[in-house]
Design a protein around this ligand. Structure first.
Ligand SMILES: Nc1ncnc2c1ncn2[C@@H]1O[C@H](COP(=O)(O)OP(=O)(O)OP(=O)(O)O)[C@@H](O)[C@H]1O
Ligand SMILES: [Mg+2]
Length: 412
């Protein structure tokens, strides 16, 4: 750009200093031409579009702290201005080496400090509580009465010769909050949550899986109070007809004897397991002292869906017109995970609209209704299977809760 053009533009800006487009155009031209100081001088005002250019100018002039502040203010004002490359550059620190020899400027982006390493080694306990679980009031009450209370007052229960210890199995259709409930239970008891993925335990070498399993139980004993959670337990506790490897029977005995050990000496460790194929679990796991308490985690009913939607929308930019009750009425058969999917899809649509509009467009009712067309409910298939087991293989009434649920919802 030649000086004549620049002077003409500057004169135009002097005549109408409030012309934001003109101001940003000139600042951009100056920045692109390497004229950082004059650019900074003109980049005044608190509009996000100007602030982001101010950040670029300040960065070029090596004032990282001020540049970062301007960048953050700009993105707060208009999130579509987010620029990850610029942000990464602003996070660097500049080190100047000029002790001897030529001056050397080094940009370093190494922000792994000691606290980060600590965080990796001791992951912060995620404070999930019942407040984060929408609906499921009956299940929460059951957990309160049958799990948390005996866990918190073992002496009282012992006095009345109520057996503490043993494990609880949560079962129900996929995506309806079993894992979430287990986390929340740990949060409610202020206990450490130890989540065990069975795949991590299984090992091809003979004896390795048993050793790992024992180490896990030992770790739980050493970190009381703790909730030891076995997600998707059927991978371990599968009936022989369902498991392929014959070697797993050793692992099963190891698991059962660890559990029996806990039954004798309930030491502040709660054992929870979850499965969405409870009928594939060996009945040996259901004996007294083992997973003798079984809780059905049903698909969310209408009020539960409304509160799950509220939880999922919290903390996102949302419009005032969202009617979660109306959405709950239109999402029969949706699991919590389906609802999460719905909200995510609506968020995608709002982001697309934001980019199109060049400014933040919050998630509105129309985005959610539009997303309804894309998401299909997933619980009915599970319920059909479960009904067959409940009708024809309901040993000891273990699926009575499923039958109750189906009867209640058939009436509606
Ligand atoms: N009651 C609920 N309240 C709030 N969010 C829920 C609820 N149920 C499910 N969700 C949402 O759905 C996601 C999946 O739930 P979760 O992982 O607990 O399901 P699950 O029953 O363990 O499923 P799976 O059988 O597939 O393991 C959660 O991350 C959560 O965001
Ligand atoms: Mg799960």
């Amino acid at each position: 750009m030649d000086d004549i053009t620049l002077n003409a533009l500057l004169a135009a800006l002097a005549a109408s200093p409030d012309n934001l487009t003109l101001r940003t155009t000139i600042v951009k031209l100056l920045l692109d031409g390497g004229k950082h100081a004059p650019a900074l001088e003109l980049a005044t005002g608190d509009q996000p579009e100007i602030l982001i250019l101010r950040a670029r100018a300040l960065h070029a002039l090596h004032d990282q702290a001020a540049a970062l502040a301007a960048y953050e203010a700009a993105v707060r004002g208009n999130p579509t201005l987010e620029d990850r490359d610029l942000r990464a550059q602003l996070g660097t620190t500049e080190k100047v080496y000029d002790d001897d020899g030529p001056r050397l400027r080094v940009l370093s982006n190494d922000d792994t400090d000691a606290s980060e390493v600590d965080r990796l080694l001791h992951p912060e306990p995620t404070p999930v509580t019942f407040a984060d679980v929408g609906g499921l009031d009956e299940v929460k009450q059951q957990i309160e009465k049958r799990i948390i209370l005996p866990f918190q007052k073992p002496a009282l229960f012992a006095k009345f010769k109520k057996k503490a210890g043993g494990g609880i199995l949560l079962y129900g259709p996929p995506g309806c909050g079993k894992t979430l409930l287990a986390r929340a239970t740990a949060g409610q008891c202020n206990a450490t949550f130890l989540n065990v993925a069975i795949e991590d335990v299984l090992d091809m070498y003979i004896g390795e899986s048993e050793r790992k399993l024992h180490a896990l139980f030992e770790k739980a004993r050493a970190t009381t109070p703790a909730v030891l959670f076995f997600d998707e337990i059927e991978a371990l506790a599968g009936k022989r007809q369902y498991t392929r490897e014959a070697t797993s029977s050793k692992l099963v005995s190891q698991f059962l004897s660890e559990m029996d050990g806990f039954a004798k000496n309930n030491s502040g460790v709660l054992i929870l397991a979850a499965s969405n194929v409870p009928w594939a679990i060996d009945s040996a796991f259901r004996r007294p002292g083992r997973f003798d308490r079984v809780l059905f985690v049903p698909p969310p009913d209408r009020p539960a869906r409304s509160s799950i939607l509220k939880i999922l929308l919290a903390g996102r930019p949302i419009a005032a017109d969202i009617d979660t009750d109306a959405l709950a009425a239109r999402t029969s058969g949706f699991s919590g995970a389906d609802l999460e999917n719905l909200v995510d899809t609506a968020a995608d649509r709002a982001i697309a609209d934001s980019l199109k509009a060049g400014g933040e467009v919050p998630i509105g009712h129309a985005h959610l209704v539009g997303a309804l067309g894309e998401i299909k409910p997933t619980t009915s298939e599970w319920l059909t299977t479960a009904r067959n087991y409940a009708r024809y293989a309901n040993e000891g009434g273990q699926y009575d809760e499923v039958l109750e649920f189906l009867a209640k919802h058939a009436k509606k």
